[in-house]
Design a protein around this ligand. Structure first.
Ligand code: SF4
Length: 267
């Protein structure tokens, strides 16, 4: 039986950037990825600048963003149910920042969870624990960015400090899971930005911190890339690092070794 609350939840409106079907990069198996629009941070290397503003943006070539109800998104997600079943996939909510639209995100995750669709989130954790802890009960895998360990540097390069992010990551240790529930996994992601966060000291701090996380599955180091620079141009915005090169495979291996001093599971 559908309750009144569930009926109301289906009609909740959210600001959606786009929905991508059959992604293999954002969780287990085939994923339908729901990109939300709007983010409180401003990482200078952000590869999806069109996801930052909470408003619909129009350029000569594209319109970025549209309002959708929870049910309209779920209709899209359910189209891939057969793929989810056979590949172990499901729905991933990405951003922008889903925690900035908590009611909409929670409703989507809860509905997927109730329909036995695997759920993953890609988030900065830049929010209150009250919001984070209201969302996590409906999440199988949380990919959480920890871009820079030093608070001042995080503020300078990402547009906000990281104290809340670190606190929220640590507080995931408080989550209680019974044996009958699906497991919860945490994946910490760090983009390697040459000259900014690739010093040994910085990465060792990240490794040491992650070794305290009870639900950590692994740490993922992602090489910086310049994807998205064309979108800055379309939006009439300046890109901060037009000449920065991606780190080499050798440099990535060195960075992994810094983190692995404290935690073996680093990819
Ligand atoms: S948190 Fe993600 S979406 Fe937000 S500005 Fe940073 S990279 Fe872009």
């Amino acid at each position: 039986m559908t309750t009144m609350n569930e009926t109301n939840e289906k009609e909740l409106l959210g600001m959606v950037l786009r929905i991508e079907r059959s992604s293999i990069y954002d969780g287990e198996g085939f994923r339908t990825v729901v990109f939300l629009k709007g983010c409180p941070l401003r990482c200078q290397w952000c590869s999806t600048p069109e996801s930052q503003s909470f408003q619909i943006e129009t350029t000569a070539e594209s319109v970025y963003g549209k309002q959708m109800t929870v049910e309209q998104v779920m209709i899209e997600v359910r189209k891939d149910s057969a793929f989810f079943f056979h590949s172990g996939g499901g729905m991933t909510i990405s951003g922008g920042e889903l925690l900035a639209q908590p009611d909409f995100s929670r409703a989507l995750l809860r509905m997927s969870w109730n329909e036995c669709i695997d759920t993953a989130i890609e988030t900065s954790f830049f929010s209150t624990w009250e919001i984070v802890s209201s969302i996590l009960p409906y999440v199988n895998t949380a990919f959480v960015d920890l871009k820079i360990f030093d608070d001042e540097m995080h503020r300078k390069y990402c547009g906000g400090g990281n104290k809340q992010i670190l606190e929220n990551l640590l507080r995931t240790n408080e989550i209680k899971k019974s044996d009958s529930e699906p497991p919860f996994r945490l994946v910490v992601r760090t983009p390697i930005i040459p000259g900014i966060n690739d010093r040994a000291e910085e990465l060792e701090q990240i490794g040491r911190f992650c070794s305290e996380l009870r639900y950590l599955d692994h740490v993922q180091l992602l090489p910086y890339h310049r994807l998205g620079t064309d979108t800055y141009r379309k939006l009439g915005r300046r890109y901060a690092f037009p000449d920065l090169e991606s780190p080499s495979a050798e440099r990535m291996a060195e960075c992994r070794a810094y983190v692995q001093k404290y935690i073996p599971q680093v990819t």
